[in-house]
Design a protein around this ligand. Structure first.
Ligand code: NAP
Length: 364
């Protein structure tokens, strides 16, 4: 089986779907010491296609029928998605929700494992995945689904709380951005939507694909913003810890940035500015941003606000999913290697230095 065969060389990763997530995953793969980008596939010969070839990625058209428009505009193609799947050890499928499921038959026919994204139904894969919470579930799996940006954000927060204190019940309100910065067709433009209106929302069951026994209820809101999601989280713990101990415990997590009060970061706009000032590629924030001042414990009830950069937080998880599937590293090694290669440095521990700002460029 190809999963076993691939352990002996640089993992060759094809990225099918080169949009918001696909372009970031490709750049992240390229920065890893044990992986290489075989190529990227998309449908349209637009500015994103230009950027892919300028970046040095081999570009594949989604199908033979999609090749002509690329050729008409003079963009060189390496073939079609079918060729990419044949040439790659593994595919990261970052096509829009539902397309990945259709693509699965191609991956099965060509015996190429794949990582799917959060908009696919959980049944598309052998397991849903979050590196901090269930890395080993993806070991030797042929198909893995990296959960959505919101579920990734909740899983990273809940895993250390569950480990340290036990969890009785989670209640979270997810205030979600209306669209990504390049999605002019999405909204609302000037409104605030209970979304979905029916309570609880579908996000809780998605978190249960990572924590099957977790008691969790969620409510969703959509707002006219593109910057980030904002979560208001209440977790009833099985213990009554000291608030400072909880803050310190969370600050030790490598993908949780407990935002210190001294930075005076008042909202998502300033968080994104902080990332841009740090030289992060595309201003990306791969870490959950948990406001330190928001962390409160009342009896056994924990509270916090966290911001999630929807375009970025799932990117390191895709890299770890690949290592887990191919047995390239255990969980600690993989997370450390991914963090180091990308430059995840937004962290301030009680006994550590102030955040070291990353100046790494994507793909270097
Ligand atoms: N955006 C987020 O904030 C976010 C966060 C976490 C997870 N996700 C998940 O990531 C996945 C991708 O989302 P996205 O936001 O990255 O989507 P996106 O920006 O719309 O990009 C989708 C990409 O797939 C290509 N594509 C569309 N139809 C295709 C087809 N039939 N065959 C091959 N390629 C096709 C598109 O090519 P063309 O542009 O050439 O048509 C584009 O390159 C979804 O499951 C989503 O839920 C998204």
């Amino acid at each position: 089986m190809r999963v076993g065969d691939a352990v002996v060389h640089m993992l060759s990763v094809g990225v099918n779907g080169y949009g918001t997530i696909g372009k970031r995953v490709a750049d992240a793969v390229r920065s890893q010491p044990d992986m290489t980008v075989q190529g990227v596939a998309k449908r349209s010969p637009d500015f994103v296609a230009d950027h892919a070839t300028a970046t040095g990625y081999s570009l594949y058209a989604a199908s033979e029928g999609d090749m002509t428009p690329f050729e008409d505009t003079g963009i060189d193609l390496a073939g079609t998605t079918e060729d990419l799947v044949t040439d790659s050890d593994v595919i990261v499928d970052a096509t829009p929700g539902g397309v990945g499921e259709q693509n699965r038959t191609l991956y099965e026919r060509l015996e190429t494992p794949a990582v799917f994204q959060g908009a696919e139904a959980p049944t598309v894969a052998d397991t849903s995945f979050n590196a901090r919470a269930n890395y080993d579930a993806a070991r030797d799996a042929e198909f893995v689904r990296v959960v959505s940006c919101n579920t990734t954000g909740l899983s990273r927060l809940l895993a250390p709380l569950a480990d340290a204190y036990g969890i009785e019940k989670v209640r979270a309100t997810l205030i979600r951005r209306g669209g990504d910065p390049d999605q002019s067709s999405r909204g609302p433009i000037n409104d605030i939507l209970p979304d979905p209106i029916a309570v609880p929302s579908h996000h809780g069951p998605d978190v249960q694909t990572i924590f099957p026994d977790l008691s969790i209820e969620t409510m969703g809101v959509t707002v006219p913003a593109t910057l980030m999601h904002l979560h208001g989280v209440n977790v009833t713990l099985e213990a009554t810890p000291d608030v400072d101990a909880v803050r310190e415990r969370l600050a030790r997590e490598s993908r949780l940035f407990v935002v210190p009060e001294r930075l005076h970061i008042d909202g998502c706009g300033e968080l994104r500015e902080y990332a841009r000032d740090a030289g992060r590629p595309r201003g990306d924030i791969w870490e959950n941003c948990v406001w330190g001042e928001s962390i409160a414990v009342k009896g056994s009830d924990f509270y916090c606000f966290q911001a999630i950069h929807q375009e970025a937080d799932v990117v390191p998880e895709n890299i770890d999913a690949l290592r887990a599937m191919f047995g390239l590293a255990d969980v600690g090694e993989s997370i450390a290697r991914t963090n180091d290669s990308l430059g995840l440095s937004f962290r301030e521990t009680p006994d550590g230095p102030p955040p070291i700002l990353s100046t790494r460029a994507s793909g270097d």
